[in-house]
Ligand binder design. Structure first.
Ligand code: C5P
Length: 407
């Protein structure tokens, strides 16, 4: 069974030398079970032919906005609708600019403007074009619109220059298509127009310049929530402590180390429509942090005095101004999970608590599965079965969408 069985991909091929790799992408997507229909820009046709795209995809390739046969046959609105995802590869600087500006002078850009499907772009261009502020501005706009991005990679390019600009490899793009489709609870529109703020991972609290206090949080659940929300069309800011996970597609990631840095990053990311505090923030940090590495000496181990860290969830949930309308906390407990969570919701002032049992036997901490209870401000309790963290994230996103009104 292919990982993309039954999925329909509309592949927009842009005008760059990387277009030759898109022919390979067609093959890779089909190997994974997807059907692929291609749209070629005028520029693309300088590098690859519609015949090559049609032969590899097994379907007619589309090129013209005002192609009589095409309009009678399928038309740009149906092209924009009859698929599960749209992939733009290579996405040139010009294509990015058109998408960001909402321009639609040709078939490819018209389809991209008309579609409500999840979109993945694989940028490819000269390094200076990629680094140009205009391109980076356009990219930020597109990410803000919930468009997923894969690559570009760093490497040698056609003009014998080196730097970021090489299109991601076909298999990487196919992986990104899988990730994109896996996280769509509702065709990517469930949280459209919302800004969701997520904290994830542990915090590291320095003892001295080389040592720190930390905890076992992997960040998997928080990152999965950020990915699911982005896939559901939200603009997502993920404030993450040190983790080894890749950045979720289409998410703005702010990396921090300490609890105090996390609070500052969260405050800087406001306003948000929904805030989900999934990070395992260190409750305490070592006091009297010296600038030098503490040396082993004849006096034995140094005393480790601790001071309390700010409670980020409570600080945000109790804000008078700019409190996100929906504030969600997590409760990682090892005993009396529900009772503790009920007490926490009142203490912290949040609207919803996702409680989980992290006692060692459950394998939740660092594992791929989670068993959660949802506790509401009104005392309501809902217990979900043991689910993969990705699935918990998707269900939670559906719930968050239901709990917030349309903007
Ligand atoms: O009090 P406790 O750590 O059990 O509460 C857990 C919830 O509070 C989580 O949502 C966590 O992200 C948040 N929290 C926080 N800042 C802290 C401690 C916990 O935001 N300093």
């Amino acid at each position: 069974m292919g990982t993309l069985d039954g999925k329909r991909v509309l592949l927009v091929i842009g005008g760059g030398i990387a277009a030759y790799k898109s022919l390979d992408l067609i093959r890779r997507l089909r190997e994974r079970g997807a059907s692929v229909r291609c749209v070629l820009t005028k520029g693309a046709q300088e590098f690859v032919t519609p015949l090559a795209a049609a032969s590899l995809s097994g379907q007619r390739a589309h090129t013209d906005l005002f192609d009589r046969a095409d309009e009678a046959d399928i038309g740009h609105i149906r092209l924009a609708r009859d698929a599960d995802a749209v992939v733009v590869a290579p996405a040139t600087a010009n294509t990015l600019a058109r998408m960001a500006g909402g321009h639609a002078p040709d078939l490819a850009s018209t389809v991209l403007l008309a579609t409500t499907l999840p979109i993945l772009i694989a940028p490819a261009m000269n390094v200076r074009m990629w680094l140009h502020p205009a391109t980076q501005r356009n990219l930020a706009l597109l990410k803000g619109d919930g468009i997923a991005v894969v690559g570009p990679n760093v490497g040698r390019m056609a003009e014998a220059e080196t730097g970021p600009g090489r299109m991601a490899e076909p298999d990487e793009i196919a992986d990104a298509v899988e990730a994109l489709l896996a996280g769509r609870p509702d065709g990517g529109t469930l949280l459209a127009g919302r800004h969701l703020l997520v904290t994830s991972g542990p915090t590291h609290e320095p003892i001295d310049p080389v040592r720190y206090l930390a905890n076992r949080s992997s960040g998997k659940q928080g990152h999965a929530i950020a990915a699911a929300a982005a896939a559901a069309g939200a603009r997502v800011t993920l404030v993450s402590g040190p983790v080894t996970l890749p950045d979720p597609l289409g998410v703005t990631v702010v990396r921090i180390e300490t609890a105090r840095e996390m609070l500052a990053a969260v405050e800087a990311a406001l306003p948000a429509d929904i805030a989900v505090f999934a990070a395992a923030v260190a409750d305490w940090r070592p006091a009297n942090l010296g600038d030098e590495k503490i040396k082993k000496g004849p006096d034995g181990p140094p005393p480790l005095g601790l001071v309390e860290n700010p409670d980020i969830l409570a600080t945000i949930a109790r804000r008078r101004e700019g409190r996100p309308p929906l504030v969600v906390g997590f409760a990682a407990e090892t005993t009396e999970v529900i009772a503790h969570a009920r007490a926490k919701i009142a203490r912290k002032g949040c609207d919803l608590i996702v409680a989980n049992d992290v006692s060692t036997a459950t394998g939740v901490m660092g594992g791929d599965r989670n068993s959660v209870h949802l506790i509401g401000r009104d005392g309501s309790l809902e217990t979900w079965p043991v689910l993969p963290k990705d699935e918990v994230a998707r269900r939670l996103v559906v719930r968050l969408a239901a709990l917030t009104t349309t903007p």
